[in-house]
Design a protein around this ligand. Sequence first.
Ligand SMILES: [Fe+2]
Length: 320
Amino acid sequence: MTFPLIVDGSAIKNHKSWIKENEHIFKEHAAVLLRNFPIHSRELLEEYVKTIAPEQSFLDYTGGTSPRKKLGTSIYSSTEMPFFLKIPMHSEMAYRKRFPKKIFFYCETAPLMGGQTPIADIQKVYLDVPEVIRNKLLNEGIIYYRHLKNYTPTSKVLSLINPMIKMGTWQFVFKTQDPEVVNEYCRQNHYQSEWLKDGSVILTTHLPALNEKGVWFNSFHFFQVHHRIWGRLITPVFKFIRFISRGLDMSATTGNKQRLSSDEISKIVDAYEKNQVQFDWQKGDLLFLDNTRTAHGRNPYLGKRKILVSLAEEGEFTSF
Ligand SMILES: [Fe+2]
């Protein structure tokens, strides 16, 4: 099956009607790129995504790992992570009991160079992860840890030098000053929260490695501090942060609290890289992804890059 399916809108007369008449393609294909469709504004973008997914199914991004800005009723900026950072392949919010089943990426400004959103078929990724590694995660599930810091006057000053310090605070992630909002989020999303004396909080959750379609749907490798995932420049910085924060800044173990070896993590990354495909963004492109069948990432880039994102249709893990 073509991956992604590319639909050129140049010869189509009524684009919204065309989408309605062909809505089956968004079920049959895990990834569809609409190119040369007349999506020239954020308002039009909202109209288009709501043609493909029901209006009431759009989700917000509270509690996500990546900093984003809300730009419309259902539109967010894609990650605000620095341009030089490669975002590893991942299934959106697969570290949460509830996750979006559909993702839309829209290219408002194409980067000068790089900045692609690589995608992979996670059924193929699953088959390419060595069985012995797969079984460790399938049998025991995965425990995810996030240690969200307290936003103090000191961290405010340090954030001027490194904005990622602010991004790692619970106040930033949950857009609140009230710990009870975090606790409520935890109750609703299958997290345990442990508040520390310094005002920071450790969130822990135990989830399966596969989704209900039986495909590889998890964030195990994304939560590892490993040079194959974050690069040789950033990894030592992350290792240092993990060292000073009880080793839990953002990490994942098997359900029996075992870590995988560096070699085993490399093999998971190999499986993603082997199945990765990418295309250069063009202004106005709209990419639909079935999040339960695909993973995506982001390449480093040069120039301005504005990719908007919408998340729709909530799914839920049923075990662990
Ligand atoms: Fe993402």
